[in-house]
Design a protein around this ligand. Structure first.
Ligand SMILES: NC(=O)c1ccc[n+]([C@@H]2O[C@H](COP(=O)([O-])OP(=O)(O)OC[C@H]3O[C@@H](n4cnc5c(N)ncnc54)[C@H](OP(=O)(O)O)[C@@H]3O)[C@@H](O)[C@H]2O)c1
Length: 325
């Protein structure tokens, strides 16, 4: 009998894992197996910043495995404004989850880092060896340091207590159940919401920047499968980058074009080149992942985007959109 506790089970990635384990056909390597119980915890069930609440959650479920996704996440503005809160909240959450996993003799923990944790000044492509070789970008100083400490703690737990704790490093994730807030969201959900509104209101669709920067995006359902693969097959403390290949970078213009097509927007569409672009590219290598997992079929970007747009339009009233609609 395995009891798999997914912290952050109500978020973008948590909902994707739930979807995949519940909908994959029998026989699929990602389907729920006989004897498995999956628990998806949200912050309303336990505030993981609180050690007592965290212990109570572990006492209640006694998980054999943990996929630890819960985190205070946010866009650039929020990260810059609340550096200490990002550092403290995430450090507390991570320390409590790893500590309770240890005290409850959980046989495996996979924690979620992010490619944001990598050094600001670094040679590309990013790979698993480069996490600690320089300071992170100042804009996500708190979040990045808290996440880096998970890797440090995983090694310390292994060395002192022999724990099987490891971490995954996804690139930019998108999919159903994302945060579609117009101001505090990632680029894809933010642009989808903007384009849907432009269509509804008959207003222009304006994309900030030149559209030239390149990014690697992973569909949340593909990421979910890779977490399930890690849970079942990967027992090393060293992290693994979970990403599409470097040859699958897409430009922000390609993203915006695909959104326009998926939304069916026919109005005025342009780029506001007076707005900052951010870094041109920051490719991450998925060589380690592919070497371990063998062949993995990533969902084509346009198809994943189309599914995400359809989900957002269908679930508009319940999607996370902040207060501005
Ligand atoms: N989205 C990306 O592009 C991306 C990229 C790389 C890495 N990641 C990482 O992936 C993981 C999941 O992110 P996501 O995109 O799914 O984020 P999300 O949609 O914002 O979900 C965050 C989850 O964390 C939970 N949470 C937040 N504070 C909590 C607390 N104090 N106690 C308990 N639970 C708490 C939330 O619960 P409630 O909703 O119930 O409050 C929610 O389930 C995070 O570790 C993030 O750093 C995300």
């Amino acid at each position: 009998m395995s009891r798999i506790l997914v912290t952050g089970g109500s978020g973008l990635v948590g909902k994707a894992i739930k979807h995949v384990v519940e909908t994959e056909p029998e026989g699929s390597p990602f389907a729920k197996r006989a004897g498995e119980e999956w628990i998806f915890a949200s912050s309303s069930e336990a505030d993981l910043r609180d050690p007592v609440a965290t212990e109570a959650l572990f006492d209640k479920y006694k998980p054999t495995h943990v996929i630890h996704l819960a985190a205070l996440v946010g866009g650039l503005f929020k990260n810059m404004k609340y550096k200490l809160t990002f550092l403290r909240d995430n450090s507390l959450i991570n320390d409590n989850v790893l500590r309770s996993s240890y005290t409850h003799q959980t046989s495996k923990v996979i924690s979620c880092l992010s490619t944001c944790v990598f050094p600001d000044k670094v040679e590309y492509p990013l790979n698993e060896e480069k996490i600690h070789i320089g300071p992170p970008h100042d804009s996500n100083f708190g979040y990045a340091h808290a996440k880096r400490m998970v890797d440090v703690m995983n090694h310390a737990y292994k060395e002192e207590f022999g724990c099987n704790f490891t971490s995954a490093i996804p690139t930019n994730v998108f999919g159903p159940y994302d945060n579609f807030d117009l101001e505090d969201s990632h680029v894809i959900p933010g642009l989808i919401h903007k384009c849907v509104l432009a269509k509804k209101n008959g207003t222009p669709f304006v994309v900030a920047g030149t559209g030239k920067p390149l990014r690697q995006f992973i569909y949340s359902y593909d990421l979910a499968k890779l977490f399930i693969w890690m849970l079942r097959n990967y027992d090393d403390v060293e992290p693994v980058i979970l990403s599409v290949g470097e040859d699958e970078e897409v430009s922000i213009k390609q993203v915006a074009d695909a959104i326009v097509k998926a939304v069916g927007f026919e109005g005025n569409y342009s780029f506001d080149t007076t707005r900052a672009d951010g870094q041109f590219r920051k490719p991450a290598s998925n060589a380690k992942l592919l070497g371990l997992v063998g062949k993995f079929e990533f969902t084509p970007f346009d198809q994943a985007l189309d599914e995400t747009v359809k989900w957002f339009v269908t679930n508009y009233d319940n999607a996370r959109t902040g207060s501005k609609k």
